[in-house]
Design a protein around this ligand. Structure first.
Ligand SMILES: [Zn+2]
Length: 388
């Protein structure tokens, strides 16, 4: 149900991740978050301060819904921790190891000397060696740490169970379809703990339809719909549920090979969610009309008006122009303004991310004024409060 974005036309947020502060040098390295927070003073101080920084930057930018910047993720290579946080903590999985790539690998993923190759070989996914359970994911600990620092709703996001399944080697379940259901049940149990703790907005990141739409694969798009709805079963009555989609984030690369949303829109619309996000900025909102026509009116549509791939900071006027384009297809009460994906840990810098967030809200405020809607305060643009 709508909670965090309820009664907020042209609501603003980011996908999730923010660049790590350079001084945040500690890593979880497989430890449960609670073990590190309670028993490691240096990690505790750096982690809580880093989350606090992320929230402060988003508050100064004026975003309506904030995130913890995914600060629980280790500073590893090519964004592995987005998967790896789950690989290293779910019950029933072996330690990660070198392995061959799914689909036999695309030509770029198999080519040494290609950045896609480095992204894929550093994934180090585990084997499934026993019944899968939530293990020590402790999403509630991460969310509480962030929500305790702000009165604005904190959106908690995590890599989907089906994307974890796509990379693991199954040595326990009958087949991959059974494995994806077991993983989805395990993360569902963890999400229930998160919602019981009071989380108002949960974002499950990346269903897998767009990866299998044009390739031979062991799991059908229909099974992925079923698995995604199992992963969020029982949550929508208590929480605002988002589904995030994009064409890639590691090293700020587009891994989508020019793929389009159009063929998978019917599957996306079958997801039992409140909000679906789309990466739209990168191709000039080319598919917006198709997206608006395909997604049912009980769902909101979050579009990227800020790129996580390009260093040039979008101007507020550019953001406003993007929103005007979107409003030709989507009612302001159903439209959420966001980034194409997370800013990541090895893409752009903290300064770029900060000023992009500021532009996002300043641009949205231009349109809010035009429509007679309330604007959000952008502390960063207040002259007598600027420290630069
Ligand atoms: Zn993304």
């Amino acid at each position: 149900m709508f909670k965090a974005s309820l009664d907020k036309p042209l609501c603003t947020t980011i996908t999730g991740s923010l660049p790590r502060p350079a001084w945040f040098t500690e890593n979880l390295s497989g430890r449960p978050l609670s073990t590190a927070l309670l028993g490691d003073f240096t990690f505790h101080e750096q982690y809580v301060d880093a989350v606090s920084n992320c929230i402060s930057d988003q508050r100064r930018a004026g975003l309506d819904i904030v995130t913890d910047g995914d600060m629980r993720f280790d500073m590893d290579i090519g964004g592995r921790a987005w998967f790896g946080y789950l690989f290293d903590r779910l019950e029933g999985l072996s330690p990660g190891a070198l392995r061959s790539l799914p689909f036999g690998g695309s030509p770029r993923e198999e080519q040494a000397g290609d950045i896609f190759h480095e992204i894929m070989v550093t994934r180090l996914p585990p084997k499934v060696i026993g019944p899968i359970g939530p293990g020590t994911l402790e999403f509630d600990v991460a969310w509480k740490t962030a929500q305790g620092l702000t009165s604005r709703p904190v959106k908690f996001g995590s890599c989907s169970a089906q994307l974890v399944d796509m990379l693991v080697i199954n040595e326990h379940y009958k087949d991959r379809a059974e494995t994806v259901m077991a993983l989805s049940k395990a993360t569902n149990q963890e999400y229930k703990r998160l919602v019981d703790a009071g989380c108002e907005v949960l974002q499950v990141e990346e269903p897998c339809f767009h990866f299998v739409e044009d390739v031979e694969w062991e799991v059908s798009a229909e099974t992925y719909v079923e698995a995604f709805n199992l992963e969020i079963e029982g949550l929508r009555d208590h929480c605002e549920i988002w589904c995030h989609t994009c064409w890639g984030n590691p090293f700020a690369q587009n891994l989508g090979y020019g793929a389009l949303y159009n063929p998978i829109l019917p599957y996306l619309d079958q997801l039992n969610v409140d909000v679906i996000t789309f990466e739209t900025k990168y191709n000039g909102f080319e598919e917006l009309a198709d997206i608006a026509a395909a997604i049912s009116s009980d769902k909101k549509i979050a579009i990227g008006v800020i790129s996580h791939r390009h260093l040039q900071v979008e101007t507020p006027e550019e953001v406003a122009a993007s929103i005007r384009t979107a409003l030709k297809h989507i009612d302001p009460h159903r439209l959420i303004l966001s980034t194409d994906c997370g800013f990541g840990r090895q893409g752009i810098s903290r300064k770029h991310a900060f000023y992009k967030m500021v532009s996002l809200v300043r641009g949205t405020n231009i349109i809010r004024k035009e429509l007679g809607l309330p604007t959000s305060q952008v502390i960063a643009e207040t002259p007598n409060l600027a420290y630069l």
